[in-house]
Design a protein around this ligand. Structure first.
Ligand code: BES
Ligand code: MN
Ligand code: ZN
Length: 493
């Protein structure tokens, strides 16, 4: 699917679909009024005959209208005063979604009065909505496949829109990269394959190092290695660097991802029902990889690092047992009470390594860490934990503009005792009460007081069914947009 920007005066051709907007109160936008006039008043006639109010989610669909094109879609866009950039993005995505399998090849989106930036935002909506993971579908019927090949977006200043669109395109590519990683099954995407795909990002100007088990053993990463020891797949640590700041030596900002390519639970094995979902237990690492893809793609003026802990958690004769005690890279020891609480073990070493090596300004980790986060927050909000109010507030702010909802949860010192161990410095589970919180408290012990935020994205990494037009069912790519916005607004020179 390709996107073109065209002048508002460009007519939709024979065989094309045209999408326009109407607001609450059946208020036709300028382009909808023009389409109504061209169709001999068919739109206003349809409004009088039915219950179309212009509310979000409503639409009027005309096949073979008189006037322009072969199909006219009038989309309800809600109240005009509330029609912000996000509503615009969603309207463009909805238009694409409504027509993608229509059999038509070209869709013209003509929303009145778009600025170049808004046109690029509409393009972002279309690109995100057009994402598909169809690599393994060999028998899909042609009529079920998307037919739209070109989306034309009407905008006054075409050249400026094209320029603004470079960033939108980079963002959409990064999100798609994350969605691909998350969607891949675990027989295809295991730690080494994940590492190879990240290594291939060097073509974008990123520097990528892959540490193998030997290198991690030398560093003393006993917690991460313990999780992977039951798998025939070798554990990996991927280190991605983007040096885009004027001073390439300036302290970077850092992102750390949980990359459990499959989580069976290990010896504390999970029930069979739904275990297939655990192929997306690498969603945190996937989001960090996607973010680095975006930063390089749009040549962000920032120094950033991404550290991905890549392991497979399997039961096996060599697997770690409940009760085992491991020594982390930090020197702190952990009694592994439950081998299914593996994400925090992986992150403990990845966070410590990241902080030691890079001395970053801050660290943000992303992880599908706890089922308890889903119980607490449902399916739309990721959990936010932070030892730094400024960083937490910046994340909450960014989350609003990108529609990647976040909710902050506390880190009460009083709950620390839940992870006390008789035999070691701590244990890896804190019981059911506040399960997401004790997991975050565990992580906090590996950041040495550095400004840090932890995003528990177990609720949001995967959606079925999705309720947002820019997110097809399946991998969401959650986190990429949020973090890209944070970087763009606060950390670029
Ligand atoms: N990967 C899971 C968390 C998860 C569950 C993510 C459901 C997405 C959907 C994590 O490794 C895990 O198993 N956590 C345990 C922790 C418990 C053993 C303390 C959990 O949430 O049950
Ligand atoms: Mn687990
Ligand atoms: Zn897990």
């Amino acid at each position: 699917m390709k996107i073109e920007f065209v002048a508002p005066s460009a007519a939709a051709g024979e065989g094309d679909a045209l999408a326009v907007l109407a607001f609450e109160g059946a208020l036709l936008s300028e382009s909808a009024s023009a389409a109504d006039a061209a169709a001999g008043g068919a739109v206003s006639q349809a409004i009088r005959a039915g219950r179309f109010t212009g509310a979000k989610g409503q639409s009027l669909d005309f096949l073979a209208p008189r006037g322009e094109g072969s199909r006219l879609l009038v989309l309800g866009a809600g109240a005009e005063a509330a029609f912000d950039d996000l509503a615009l993005e969603h309207a463009a995505a909805t238009a694409y979604g409504a027509l993608k399998t229509s059999g038509l090849k070209t869709l013209m989106i003509r929303f009145s009065g778009l600025s170049p930036k808004q046109a690029a935002r509409a393009a972002l909506g279309v690109r995100l909505a057009a994402y598909r993971f169809d690599r393994y579908r060999t028998k899909e019927k042609p009529e079920a496949k998307p037919s739209i090949e070109t989306v034309k977006i009407a905008v006054e200043n075409v050249a400026a829109a094209r320029k603004a669109d470079v960033e939108s395109a980079a963002l959409a590519e990064g999100v798609a990269f994350t969605r691909d990683l998350v969607s891949e099954p675990a027989n295809i995407l295991y730690p080494e394959e994940f590492a190879r795909r990240v290594k291939a990002l060097e073509r974008l100007g990123l520097e990528v190092e892959i540490l193998d088990e030997k290198a991690m053993t030398k560093l003393g990463m006993g917690a991460l290695l313990g999780v992977g020891q039951g798998s025939v797949r070798e554990s990996q640590l991927a280190v991605i660097q983007w040096k885009g700041a004027p001073n390439s030596k300036a302290a970077p900002i850092a992102f750390v991802g949980k990359g459990v390519t499959f989580d069976t639970g290990g010896i504390s094995i999970k029930p069979a029902d739904g275990m297939e979902d655990m192929k997306w237990d690498m969603g945190g690492a996937g989001a960090v990889a996607g973010l680095m893809h975006v930063l390089a793609g749009r040549k962000a003026k920032v120094n950033a690092v991404g550290v991905l802990g890549l392991v497979e958690n399997m039961p096996d004769g060599n697997a770690q047992r409940p009760g085992d005690i491991v020594t982390t890279m930090s020197g702190q020891t952990v009694e592994v009470i439950n081998t299914d609480a593996e994400g925090r073990l992986v992150l403990a070493d990845a966070l410590w390594y990241c902080n030691e090596r890079f001395k970053p300004q801050f660290m943000i980790d992303l992880a599908t860490l706890t089922g308890a986060a889903i119980i607490a927050l449902g399916n739309d909000y990721a959990g936010l934990f932070s030892n730094d109010d400024a960083l937490a507030n910046a994340l909450l702010e960014a989350s609003k503009t990108e529609a990647e909802p976040l909710w902050r949860l506390p880190l009460p010192a009083a709950y620390e005792k839940q992870i006390d161990s008789l035999a070691a410095d701590m244990k890896n589970v804190g019981g059911r009460p506040g399960g997401s919180i004790t997991a975050a408290l565990f992580l906090q012990r590996f950041v040495s007081g550095k400004p840090w935020a932890h995003l528990d994205i177990a609720p949001t990494a995967w959606k079925k069914p999705s309720t947002v037009p820019t997110i097809p069912d399946g991998a969401t790519g959650y986190g990429v947009r949020l973090l890209n916005r944070l970087v763009a607004e606060r950390y670029e020179d």
